[in-house]
Design a protein around this ligand. Sequence first.
Ligand code: ATP
Ligand code: MG
Length: 214
Amino acid sequence: MSVGRAIGIVGGTFDPIHAGHLSMARGAQRQLGLELVLLIPAGIPWQRAPKASAQDRLAMACLAVGSDASLRVDDREVRRNRPSYTLDTLLELRAEWGLEHPLWLVLGADAFLNLPTWHRWSELFEQAHIAVACRPGYAFQEKDMDAVLKNEVDRRLQPLSAVQGPAGAIVLLDTPLLDISSTGIRQALHSHRPVGDLLPAAVLDYIESHHLYS
Ligand code: ATP
Ligand code: MG
């Protein structure tokens, strides 16, 4: 596989960003040999209503990345004044990076299983490969997949060593299982339970100083 200048894309509501997101991003980077991973907060997630504003979620993502040059927060979905469709983002990135660069959309297993509900989801495979990270509570099993998704998995799932070209494969990542979710963190903060090392200290400071999730 051409791994030169391959780009990873980790999208999410990031309400708030946490250690599970960062572990998935860094694990994907290592395993896929990505030059850069873009963390892209959804501006207007069309399937849900975030608790924190897009600007706050963006600010927390920037704090989480800090000085790590291999991760970059990309604010295009926050600037876009319409629902955040991943296909729009991939089309923009494809136009910017060119046809030859492998693009890797990195998803947790729950997001992958939900893929058939996404806007023009089957076109995502024309723009990017998809890498799936395991997540506690969500198994990558064909019996849990819609028939249309199972069909794509049957056609596209392959070992990383067999992947060729800039888009179209599905690969399973071997990242650590971290039982962390934004929902769990919001609930813990709301009931004044400690969130310890579930998210970076700078993000927790931001949450406290901006009175988010209390
Ligand atoms: P919420 O509980 O609010 O849904 P979340 O923790 O699921 O938040 P999202 O912003 O919804 O976070 O997820 C963004 C992406 O990160 C998705 O692809 C999701 O599957 C993935 N992800 C989130 N947490 C984990 C985790 N602990 N392990 C693996 N993937 C994760
Ligand atoms: Mg989620």
